[in-house]
Design a protein around this ligand. Sequence first.
Ligand SMILES: [Zn+2]
Length: 458
Amino acid sequence: MDNKTMNDVKSFVSENWENVIRDIGRLVAIDSVRGQAQPGMPFGPGPAKALALGLEIAGELGLDTVNCENMIGYAQVGQGEDCLATITHLDVVPSAGWKEDPFTLRRKEGYIIGRGVLDDKGPSVLCLYALKYLKDRGVELRYPVRALLGADEESKMQDLEYYLDNYPAPLFCFSPDANFPLCNGEKGIFHARVISTLPLDKVADIRGGVAPNVIPGSAEAWLRHEGELEPTETVSVQKEGELWHLTAKGVGGHACHPEEANNAIALLVNYILDKDLLRGEEKDFFLGLQRLHCDYYGKGIGAQAKDDMFEPLTIIGGEIGIEDGHIFQSVDSRYPTTSSGDKLKALLEQNWGALARVVKTGDSVPFYMSLDNPAIQVCIQAYNAVTGENAKPYTIGGGTYARHFPNAVSFGPEHPERPAPAFAGPIHGVDEAACEDWMKEALEIYILALLELEKLDY
Ligand SMILES: [Zn+2]
């Protein structure tokens, strides 16, 4: 990466910046949450409208565009299918609780604010402008470069499923839909449901959690119990007719980051067992729950695992409830290469024996790209060259677009490690914001990375 190129990229970015912001604003204006499918619009009108506009913007920049049946679309510079690619998405999550219109882009103290500015409409526009650079500068391309624009990332990733079923996978692809510097690995993701085989006894009802991958901040149970009950710091109690109503308050969080949460189901289960409110097999079932919940590294059920690529295995119980007269508990585990979905299922079965059956509801194996891969080296070097840092790639417990490709990484543009003003909200949150200087930096990084990726053999 010579100075002349770096300077040229910098001036391209500043010359185009006002247009970048304008185009992000145009996309932000569309509420592209997944909706009811309609003829020709598999994810509903919002994502289809955003995709159409994304491709229109690409066309204005002089890029070729293809809409793949409103599932996904792409802009391209250069001819052919054996391409390098970026992948971003134009669908968004719902915008509840905003004081100002989430669909009107605001600019404040060097930040842009609006739904999707950072996840992932802003990065989508950056990718289109990176392609514009290649086109405007007449860069000779060994491989065409495709900017894939997904329309279903936030829901089911059916956009990408469709693409990979119908088109060859790119030679290498990066996805600006995560944190900088670069994510080269994602843990395995295992989901299961543990369903009690017992009829209800002392427990009349139990509820907690909203989704399998979310650690609940509160959980409740209604129990048959004669005698008094005292509340604790985390569990409140109330007599309701014949039943005791217990409410546990913990701290909610994401299954990927259990260290930041305090699972309310664990608090509830511990209370019930501490007070000895159950009998027989029902008590044994709850002891199984306690072993599951006692340690998010899986110690209680013997599921601990680690390797030298990922952080240690984590496991949490997300949703608890009653279905057809039986208690169920959902389980979410993020596992390194030394564990597997089958192993986890067997451990859960062992934990409960005949008291429960375990249904595997999802399993995606760990995804890892070697740090020796030249494409990864080139991307991280582009990042370090622009930022002046000496950053190293990282791995995560979550699942992104990248794991679905044979050859892909997540590559920015978020910077959770950099301090931001209080008014700048997070992705998926109220007042989602992106720092313009960091976005400029990201565009420079993407252009430089693509220029270097062009020089590699695949
Ligand atoms: Zn995203």
